[in-house]
Every structure is written in C-alpha cells, then in structure tokens.
Design a protein around this ligand. Structure first.
Ligand SMILES: [Zn+2]
Length: 571
C-alpha cells in the first residue's frame, strides 16, 4: 500500500518514523513510500490476522523481500502456526523474491526448515491481468478441432465481444447479457482495476449468449474461439473462487474442490491453454500467463498436501487462497485515516492498530468481496500500553506547553538568519521560564540582568510592557542553545533514520558543548544539562520533521504541476 513521504518523531520508540524500516534488517536513509503488510488467514477456519508490517522506499529489492518473507515465515513456525501457502500479487518484485527462495512455475513452493510452503499468486489479480491483455491483443490458441492429427488453432478477439454486445442490444426488450455495459468493453484506467468487471465480461452468460448468436447466424462462426475462451475462463475463475459446499446457482465449478469435482480436470485443460496460447502482436508473454500456470500448479499442490496429510480434510474452499482480506485491511486503514487514500507512515500505523482493535470490520464498496473472517488476536496489551516515558517532568511540561507555543515562532523566525539569534533568545526565554529549578544561583546563570540586542524580538512579543512575562535569557544560555541546535541538525541530516536518537544525541550534546558557564552552581549542573537537553532535543526533533515535510510537500506539488503541464502539452 502506498504511503506519503512524511517524518514524525515517535517518542515511544525514539525514532523518526517515515524512513525505510525493515525491522531486523535495519533502517535506511531512504524515505518510505510503501507499507508492506503480512497477514495470515485460515484455510479451514475463517480467521485472519495482520502479523507484520514494514516500511519500504519504492526501491525494495527482491533480495530484501525474500529475507523478509523468510523472517515472517520463521516467526509463524516458531509461534506454532502452520503455513501451507503464501499468496501475493503478480508484482515483479514479488515474483523475483519467490524465485530467489526457490519457487518456480513447475515447483511452486519453497522449503524452509524442511517445511514446504506452496506459493501462489492472487487469482482475482491474475484475472484482471488476463482481461487487460485480451483488451489489447487477440489470442491465438488451440481449438478442439484437429485435422490430420494436427491441432487446429483459432483466434479469440475482444472485438467479437463488442459485436456480440451490439447485436444483443438491438433487441428492444430482452437481451442475453443484460449486465454487459460499455465499462466492460472499454474500461477506463479506474475500471481496469475492478475485478468484478473482468469477471462479468469473462462470464458464462456472455459465452452462452455468443454461442446462441453464432447458431442464429447473427455472429460470425469465427467468434466460437472467443466464446470458448470466455467459457473456459469463467469456469477457471469459478474453480479458484469456490466458496460453497453445495451447488450454488447450479455452477459445479463454484463448489469447494474435492477429488470428485471437475476442478482438477479443468485445471489440466487450462494449464495447457496458457502454455499454448499467444497474445498476437505482444513481444513477450506477459508474466500473468506464467502466473496462471504457477498458481494452478500451486493450488493442486496445496490440495494434494492437505488431503494426504489430514484425513479430515475432504474439500478445499479455493477462495480462501486469495488476498482479499489483505486488500480489505488496506481499505479499513484508509477509512480509519479519515478516508485518506495516501496516509503517512504514522497515520498508517494508527490506522492499522484501529483496524485490528475494531476487528477489521470494514464494509466498503471496494474491489473485494466482503470477507467474514474473525481476527485471532485477543491480547491487546502491548498495543494499548502507554508510551514508556523516560522523560523527566521537565520534558512533559515542554511537550505540552512550551513546545506548541514555541514552535510556531521558532519556525517562522529561524527562516531569516538575522532573526535567528533573536528567535533563539525567545526560545531560551521560554526554557528559562519553564524551569522548575528555582535556585537563585542558577537563575543568575540563565537570566540576563540587562536587556541586550538579541532581546529585541522578545520585546516585540511582550503583550504588555508592564507585566514582563517573558524572560531575557543570558548570553551564555543563548549561545549554548544555538550551538546545540546546530549540532543536532547536523547530526539529523546524516543520521536521522537511525534508532535510539535520544541517547546518541545526548552523548554528543554532553561532550561537544562547552558547559563551563554552569559551573557556578555545581549542585545543579547535571540537572541543568539534562533540562537543557530535553528542551532543545524536542524542539529540534519537531522542527527537523517540519522542515523536511515542507520540502516533501513542495516536491509533491512541483511534480503534480509538471504532470498537469505534461497533460496540457499532450506529452
Ligand atoms: Zn542551582
């Protein structure tokens, strides 16, 4: 699922969220643009549970993905979860990662610790891919006509479906395929994403209608090949989308697979179809063509494995081998982010947690059939635990009061370098004012007795001349805070994606700043350093993220503008 580039300092984890984060494989300086989610679903029981997520930049490699898949599988095994198969879509990286793990079209499984895990691709996605290719290219495929022991070939054409639609709609009242519409025949980009439209056009009723029109001479006999392809694809999709133990709607291929159902025979026929067919004019066979053979081999293998290992398993509901529950989870997360189709990493995590807590009960008008799965997770303790707060009371005051009020000023003032020191003085004034340490010696260190040039800005910020609510920080303090901030920004520019930021920066802070000006009060020196650190750390973390996010927003609007100009110039 794609997410928006955005940085956010997570106090609980002490990391800046928004960088590529592959957990045990480490974090890296690239910005995250995608959330990668792993979910487990039951084959027999209607269970589903998201179990892991990672943040990736657009360039996640197949090598890394294969490591992550292994990691997740290992964790499942360790937890006693029996994984019989993995499902993903036909994305290039997904397929390469599975290949690295040893799976192939003919051997669609991986071995991990001597356990076999079958790999298949999401069949609704494969159906869409097939339809999209068929829209563009005619299909040359074997027919059931042979002559002199030579198999005959026919050509299936999308234009036949259009012809059928047109002749069908010349009937004033009744048509063979009433559900067929322009959006099926000429889908736009958005409609091409819809599985339902693909399933409706590659359907039994369209095939039957075409056969009838051919027999009446209203459609060319050439269209038989097209009708055959449609009829076979309809049966295939029923086979891989089976979800009922009985003959629903009288469709035998929609019933759960057993050794006595026609599924296995049809699988053999269709594997041969995909092996022999070519998309005419297409330079290379599309990945989905091999993807179908791979997935059919996979489903057959899952069935063999399950039915031979477990005598109690008499049938297989093939719809459970799809990734609909995962896509519904994404819909749920987007809904939890306020219908935000492009949430940030932070919003994604929050949305995911909400989705898990609300039992993933999202009923949307999405691309997937509503699934009736239950979640497994019942222990919400760790999800709901409050942040492990290691900050002092000072820090709490800062985050609640100081930080908010300071940031807006700090933010706009720091832009003009001439105002920098003055803005810093203003921030220091707040830091002094919020200091709970009321020691008189310390007060002398921090507060300036005379008003200096650097305090001009504070003067203007005073609401009333009579009541001086803001403090004038001492020169020493202003210099200290200013050099601390510079040091922290320099560090963040290079290492913001790393973990344990607070600890690392604190060591740097203690070692690289001149603390002599605090020597006048040895009793409170350490406490003062801690207080100054907590103050400046939180302000700088927040400001760093604000500046970066502003940059991302500018980049985004620049690229959006470029897209619009390209469209206007017909590029
Ligand atoms: Zn003191």
């Amino acid at each position: 699922m794609s997410i928006k580039k955005n940085l956010f300092y997570n106090k609980k984890e002490d990391i800046i969220e928004g960088y590529q984060d592959h957990a045990l494989q480490g974090r890296s300086p690239q910005m995250a643009t995608h959330a990668l989610v792993f979910m487990i679903g039951g084959i027999r029981k209607k269970l589903k549970q998201p179990i892991a997520y990672y943040f990736s930049s657009g360039s996640v490699t197949a090598d890394r993905l294969s490591v992550l898949i292994k990691e997740v599988l290992q964790h499942c095994f360790d937890a006693g979860v029996n994984i019989s198969a993995t499902v993903c879509d036909m994305d290039g990286v997904n397929k390469r990662a599975l290949s690295i793990l040893g799976a192939s079209v003919e051997q669609p499984y991986i071995l991990l610790n001597n356990r076999e895990v079958v790999t298949i691709f999401d069949t609704p996605h494969l159906l869409k891919c097939f339809r999209n290719m068929f829209l563009k290219y005619d299909i040359k495929c074997p027919t059931n006509i042979t002559s002199n022991d030579q198999i005959g070939f026919g050509v299936a054409k999308w234009s036949h479906i259009k012809e059928f639609y047109e002749t069908d709609n010349t009937n004033p009242n009744f048509v063979f395929a009433p559900c067929l519409k322009q959006e099926h025949l000429n889908p736009n980009t958005k409609q091409k994403m819809k599985v339902k439209l693909a399933a409706q056009v590659l359907s039994h009723s369209v095939a039957a209608g075409m056969y009838a029109k051919i027999s009446q001479g209203e459609l060319s006999s050439e269209a038989v090949t097209t009708a055959n392809v449609i009829a076979n694809m309809d049966k295939l999709f029923d086979c891989v989308n089976a979800c009922t133990p009985d003959l629903r709607r009288g469709k035998p291929y929609s019933t759960n697979m057993t050794n006595n159902t026609p599924h296995l025979t049809h699988f053999t026929l269709m594997k041969n179809f995909f092996k022999e067919m070519t998309f005419l004019g297409c330079k290379r066979a599309p990945p989905s063509q091999e993807g179908w053979i791979w997935s059919i081999n996979g489903i057959e293998r899952i069935w063999r494995n399950l039915s031979s290992k477990h005598k109690s398993i008499k049938s297989l509901e093939t719809r459970r081998l799809q990734q609909d529950p995962l896509e519904n989870l994404f819909g749920c997360i987007r809904a939890n982010c306020g219908c935000n189709s492009n949430p940030t990493a932070g919003q994604f995590v929050a949305g995911l947690k909400t989705a898990v807590l609300s039992n993933l009960s999202f009923i949307g008008t999405g691309n997937c059939e509503e699934d009736q799965n239950q979640v497994i997770l019942t222990n919400f303790k760790s999800l709901l635990s409050p942040p492990t707060d290691t900050h002092t009371a000072y820090a709490t005051i800062l985050t609640d009061e100081l930080e908010e009020s300071v940031n807006s000023t700090f933010e706009c003032s720091l832009e003009e370098s001439s105002g920098e020191i003055q803005a810093c003085a203003y921030v220091c004034g707040f830091i002094v004012k919020n200091n709970l340490n009321k020691c008189e010696i310390c007060e002398k260190i921090f507060v300036s007795e005379t008003q200096e040039r650097s305090h001009t800005f504070i003067n203007f910020k005073e609401y009333s001349d009579l009541k001086k609510s803001l403090k004038y920080a001492s020169k020493n303090l202003i210099n200290c805070i200013e050099s601390s901030a510079t040091m922290i920004y320099d560090f963040l520019e290079a290492e913001a994606y790393k973990k344990k930021l607070k600890g690392t920066i604190k060591v740097l802070f203690k070692n690289s700043i001149n603390w002599e000006f605090l020597d006048e009060c040895p009793e409170h020196k350490d406490m003062n350093i801690d207080y100054l650190f907590n103050s400046v750390f939180h302000i700088c973390m927040k400001r760093f993220c604000i500046l970066k996010n502003r940059q991302f927003a500018e980049e985004y609007s620049a690229s959006a503008l470029k897209r619009k100009i390209d469209i206007l110039q017909n590029k």
